[in-house]
Structures are given as C-alpha cells and as structure tokens.
Design a protein around this ligand. Structure first.
Ligand SMILES: [Zn+2]
Length: 206
C-alpha cells in the first residue's frame, strides 16, 4: 500500500508501525499533523478539536475536498472513531453546510464522508444562504439568512446534538449555525481541526 498523500510505499518497519493499522497516511505525513485534542468553550458550549489546522492538515483536506480524492476520507477521523463514538454517545451529529454548488462539482458530501465512519446518527439540517430564492422565505427566515445560514424548512432536530465541521477558522459558520438553532437543545461543538489563531478561548467566545 502507498501513502495517499506522498505516494511512498508503506511498510511496517518498527514495532510502533504494527499498531498504525489502517492508516492511509505514512508516518512522515502523519507526523506533519499537530495533534492538540483540545477541549474548549465555543459560545459557552463544550467544544472539542483533534488537530491544529496547519499546512499538512490543510493540504490533506484540500486534496480530499477540492481534488475529490475520496479515498482520503479515513485520514481524518477514522483513527479516533472509537473515542468520538464514546464521547458523543446518544447524540446526533448536525453537519455544517457547504455550498451546494461545490458539493455538486465534487460529487460527494465531504462532511458526510468524513463523519460516517464514526457510527453516530447524523443529519444535515442547514442550508447556506444564497441558494434559495429570498422571495420564497418568510420574514423570520430572511432575518436568519442575514447570518449566512438557515435551517431547512420543517427539519426535525434531535434534542442532544453535536455541531460538527471539518475546520473552525473564523468560527463564523459555527456561530451562524448556533444562532439559528432553537433554544432548549443540548449542543456540543466538534471540529476536526482548529486554526492556531483561534485556539485561545477568548477569541471563540467573542
Ligand atoms: Zn506520506
């Protein structure tokens, strides 16, 4: 088997390699990822991120999303699937939206691909705005639209959920999603990676 990022053949040479089962990245490529396993607060909600959004992570994500390299999907969450399943047992993942146009070009929903290996129920209740004619919306929906994101009309929401995204950069998509969810839900936040500039709690609570 060859590493999906650099193409180097992968051999099990060291004792540790024997335990790196099923990884689609070689040890060198994996070493470029910075593991942070960071628990933090996002707008007062419990949040968790696995990696820092650095160059190695971002080029892998880009290859997966923009180059349509679907085989890379297990590079991100598959190694932590048991941890995440335990952590979020009894919750439903609410996947954040990406632009529908981009998804069509890509031919697959990249977040669904990323998260399906965990084995938790998931739903895609949001729409990015600009994809629906404003005329067809009521006043409340138009107001929500100003925040860049709306709930799909009539969507059923689980009470216990996890807002899940690949990366939190500015946090604006996540904030938009939080702002359109009804009160009374038990919400956690998860992102596979977090930008270094936002790893301080204050910047995310602002
Ligand atoms: Zn590699």
């Amino acid at each position: 088997m060859r590493c999906l990022m650099c193409g180097k053949p992968m051999t099990k040479e060291t004792f540790a390699d024997l335990f790196r089962e099923e990884d689609v990245l070689c040890a060198d490529c994996r070493d470029g990822w910075k593991r942070i396993s960071r628990r933090f607060r996002f707008r007062g909600r419990k949040a968790f991120a696995l990696y820092e959004y650095n160059a190695a992570f971002s080029s892998c994500l880009l290859q997966f999303k923009e180059c349509g390299d679907e085989a890379l999907k297990t590079a991100f969450l598959y190694p932590d699937r048991r941890l995440l399943k335990r952590m979020y047992r009894g919750r439903t993942l609410l996947l954040l939206p990406s632009s529908e146009e981009k998804e069509k070009e890509r031919g697959f929903s990249h977040l669904r691909e990323l998260f399906e290996g965990i084995g938790l129920p998931m739903t895609e209740p949001f729409l990015k705005t600009g994809e629906k004619s404003q005329k067809s919306l009521g006043r409340k929906e138009r107001h929500e639209m100003a925040r860049g994101i709306i709930l799909k009309p009539g969507v059923a929401l689980p009470r216990r959920c996890v807002l899940a995204d690949d990366v939190i950069t500015t946090g604006s998509t996540m904030k938009g999603a939080l702002s359109v969810l009804p009160e009374g839900l038990d919400i956690r936040i998860f992102a596979c990676a977090l930008t270094p500039s936002h790893t301080s709690e204050d910047s995310l609570n602002a």
